[in-house]
Design a protein around this ligand. Structure first.
Ligand SMILES: N[C@@H](CCC[C@H](N)C(=O)O)C(=O)O
Length: 284
C-alpha cells in the first residue's frame, strides 16, 4: 500500500490516494498503520481526492484511533500541498469538501504557504455539541482531579475546548487533555483540547491535545478555535499569530468569526507499506 507522508509543523499525516489503487482500510487497520511503533506512524490518514458534487475535491480525515474527524486545518494544508505536488492544482483558488464543510484554499509562494478559509467558528452548545441548555459555551467551569478550570467551547466543523491557562506545559496538556476528550457526558462527540496563553493582542501560545490522536506539536483547527476564543475574550485583535510547539500558524478572524488560516506543509516522502502491518494485534 502506497502512502505519501507530509507534516505540518510536526503534525504528520499519511495521504492515501484512491488513484494508487488501495481502498480505505477499516478502523482497526488505520490504528496499526498510524501506530508509531507497529506501523508507519502518523497523526492520521487523509483519504482522497474523492469525487464530490459540492467542491473540486472530496477528502476524508481519519484519526489514528480509527475515528473519522470532520475537519483538520493541518490536514487540509497537507492535502492541498499533495494536490499541488501532483500537479492537480496550481496557485488559483480551489475547494475541498470535508465532513465539516467545504473550504476554499489558495496556495502561495510555489507551495510554501497555504491559505485556507476554514469556515465560521461557533461557540453554540448545540453546534459543538455540549450538553445542557442551548447557549454559547463561554467561561464555564469544569473540575478535574479536584481542581476547577474555566473553559470556552467552540466548533469550526470539529469540536474544541479551550482553557485559558498562563502557565501551561506539555505535561499539563497530557494530564487534562485525555480527561476532557473523554468527558462524553458533557462533550458527546468527545473534543480536542487547547491550553491557551495570551501573549499580547496579536500573539497567543497553545498546547494541544487532539481527539483521537493525543498530544501533538501543531493543529490548524485548534489554532483557529483558540484564536477565536482569544478574540471572543476581548484579549486579542483579528490578526493572531498562534505559536504552537512545532511552529507558527497565522489566523485572521473576519465577520461572524470566519477564520482564515495560513501556514506551511512539508513533504516527507513516499512509503510502500507491507500488508504484514495490517495483520498485527496491537496491545492497547
Ligand atoms: N490535526 C488537526 C485536527 C485533526 C482532527 C482532530 N483530531 C479531530 O478529531 O477533530 C488540525 O490540524 O486541525
Amino acid at each position: 500500500m502506497k502512502f505519501h507522508k507530509y507534516h505540518a509543523l510536526g503534525n504528520d499525516y499519511l495521504v492515501l490516494d484512491p488513484a494508487d489503487g488501495a481502498p480505505l482500510p477499516p478502523p482497526q487497520q488505520i490504528v496499526a498503520i498510524c501506530h508509531r511503533n507497529f506501523g508507519l506512524g502518523s497523526d492520521g490518514i487523509l483519504y482522497g481526492p474523492l469525487p464530490t458534487d459540492r467542491a473540486d475535491f472530496g477528502l476524508q480525515i481519519w484519526n489514528p484511533d480509527g475515528s473519522e474527524a470532520e475537519k483538520s486545518g493541518n490536514g487540509l494544508r497537507i492535502f492541498s500541498k499533495y494536490l499541488f505536488d501532483q500537479g492537480k492544482v496550481g496557485e488559483q483558488p480551489f475547494t475541498i469538501d470535508t465532513l465539516g464543510g467545504v473550504v476554499t484554499v489558495e496556495i502561495h509562494q510555489g507551495g510554501n504557504s497555504i491559505e485556507v478559509e476554514m469556515g465560521k467558528v461557533s461557540f453554540h452548545s448545540e453546534k459543538i455539541p455540549v450538553t445542557g441548555p442551548p447557549r454559547e459555551v463561554l467561561n464555564e467551569e469544569v473540575e478535574i482531579n479536584g481542581q476547577v478550570y474555566r473553559y470556552y467551547a467552540a466548533t469550526i466543523g470539529n469540536p474544541h475546548v479551550v482553557l485559558p491557562i498562563d502557565s501551561h506545559s506539555p505535561k499539563l496538556a497530557c494530564e487534562l487533555g485525555p480527561v476532557l476528550e473523554k468527558m462524553t457526558a458533557r462533550f458527546p462527540n468527545r473534543t480536542n483540547v487547547q491550553l491557551l496563553q495570551i501573549v499580547d493582542r496579536n500573539n497567543i501560545k497553545i498546547e494541544i491535545w487532539e481527539r483521537g490522536a493525543g498530544y501533538t506539536l501543531a493543529s490548524g483547527s485548534s489554532s483557529s478555535a483558540a484564536a477565536a476564543v482569544a478574540h471572543k475574550m476581548g484579549a486579542c485583535d483579528e490578526s493572531i499569530l498562534v505559536h504552537c510547539p512545532g511552529g507558527d500558524i497565522q489566523i485572521n478572524i473576519g465577520e461572524d468569526y470566519a477564520v482564515t488560516m495560513t501556514g506551511p506543509a512539508t513533504r516527507v516522502g513516499e512509503f510502500l507499506m507491507d500488508d504484514e502491518v495490517m495483520n498485527q494485534v496491537i496491545p492497547s
